[in-house]
Design a protein around this ligand. Structure first.
Ligand SMILES: NC(=O)c1ccc[n+]([C@@H]2O[C@H](COP(=O)([O-])OP(=O)(O)OC[C@H]3O[C@@H](n4cnc5c(N)ncnc54)[C@H](OP(=O)(O)O)[C@@H]3O)[C@@H](O)[C@H]2O)c1
Length: 324
């Protein structure tokens, strides 16, 4: 087991991606120090305690992104720090307080704990394709987006894409802090993440699939990259384990329009009522490519979108979010 006895920490451990990360870290033999906001909420902790190896090697801590020093005890003694905690939703009423402050101040807060802790060798930050895509450059089927693309805060602000702005500013702040303080940092920049849920609550990206299968008659006119949660969690681990890993890693198995997702769902569930058209009559928002080169160099061999879709639907059914 590659993690044998090594101590790492995961921030925001009860979340969708982080729960998978904790699961795979435990499977690999790591000792995991994991932060949650509310230790007394079984919806945030029970599924973590139930993971294989959790009894022996999972230690939960209470920490909040907005409380200075909150992560000191979590990071203490760790070789690797996985910073995944960040609010992940689109419909904020006060974007500064709800999204931007926790993303940016929270990242700096976690990094401040890292520089107090000499054992920390590398910090892996969960960024997003949202911090990559919105550069102002056009995206069309022949365009290949890669790790050299950076979203512009100005573009995000103009389009009122507050979540994208929070991730863009957080990644910018993280790179600056890492450079100024000689921290070995790697970012993982996933597209929309789907696949089985470990946590009992519904996260934003799984809700996107739920919204296609819960009887709605239209789908959004949008194209996104899609990636399986297990690949995302594994990419985090490899970004820590592979000595030569560096910089950013974009993760997307495929970019697909919602109409393509509906087509896949129709093939998998022919009897299911699915959206019959897009919400508007405008031309489809074009797809684009996302380079797979760096992800491949890390050792990621993507789970196909069709499998990820099926796993998501089955998980949503099993957890009672939909019945058919
Ligand atoms: N899902 C995607 O499609 C996707 C794609 C690209 C990047 N990402 C990034 O992946 C990370 C995890 O997202 P997810 O999809 O797993 O979402 P999620 O399930 O909503 O998890 C978000 C986590 O952040 C924690 N958090 C939020 N505000 C916090 C605060 N003030 N203090 C401490 N913790 C706080 C949450 O804690 P509570 O459980 O206490 O609320 C939760 O554990 C985020 O950085 C997100 O931007 C997600």
């Amino acid at each position: 087991m590659s993690g044998n006895g090594k101590v790492v920490c995961v921030t925001g451990a009860s979340g969708y991606i982080a729960s998978w990360l904790v699961k795979l870290l435990l499977q690999r033999g790591y000792i995991v120090r994991a932060s949650v906001r509310d230790l007394a909420d079984p919806k945030k902790t029970e599924h973590l305690h139930a993971l294989e190896g959790a009894n022996e090697r999972l230690h939960l801590f209470k920490a909040n992104l907005l409380e200075e020093g909150s992560f000191d005890s979590v990071v203490e003694g760790c070789e690797g720090v996985f910073h995944t905690a960040s609010p992940c939703y689109m419909n904020a009423t006060d974007p500064q307080a709800e999204l931007i402050d926790p993303a940016v101040k929270g990242t700096l807060n976690v990094f401040s704990s890292c520089i107090k802790t000499p054992s920390v060798k590398r910090v892996v930050v969960t960024s997003s394709m949202a911090a990559v895509l919105h550069s102002g450059k056009p995206r069309t089927p022949d365009v290949v987006v890669d790790e050299t693309w950076f979203s512009s805060a100005k573009v995000c602000k103009q389009a009122k894409m507050w979540y994208a702005l929070s991730k863009t500013l957080a990644e910018e702040a993280a790179w600056k802090f890492a450079k100024d303080n000689s921290i070995d940092m790697v970012t993982i920049n996933p597209a929309a993440v789907i696949g089985p849920l470990l946590q009992p609550t519904l996260n934003m990206s799984a809700a996107v699939i739920l919204n296609l299968i819960n009887g709605s008659s239209t789908c959004p006119n949008a194209s996104f990259g899609w990636v399986n949660v297990e690949d995302v969690a594994m990419a985090h681990i490899l970004a820590f384990e592979v000595p030569l890993a560096s910089g950013r890693y974009c993760l997307a198995e495929r970019v697909a329009h919602y109409a393509e997702l509906v087509k896949i769902l129709h093939e998998q569930y022919p009897a299911l009522k699915l959206p019959e058209k897009c919400v508007d009559d405008k031309p489809f928002v074009p797809i684009y490519q996302v380079s797979k080169e760096k992800a491949k160099s890390l050792g990621i061999d993507y789970i196909p979108l069709e499998t990820s879709m099926k796993e998501t639907v089955e998980s949503l059914r099993k957890k009672g979010f939909v019945s058919f």
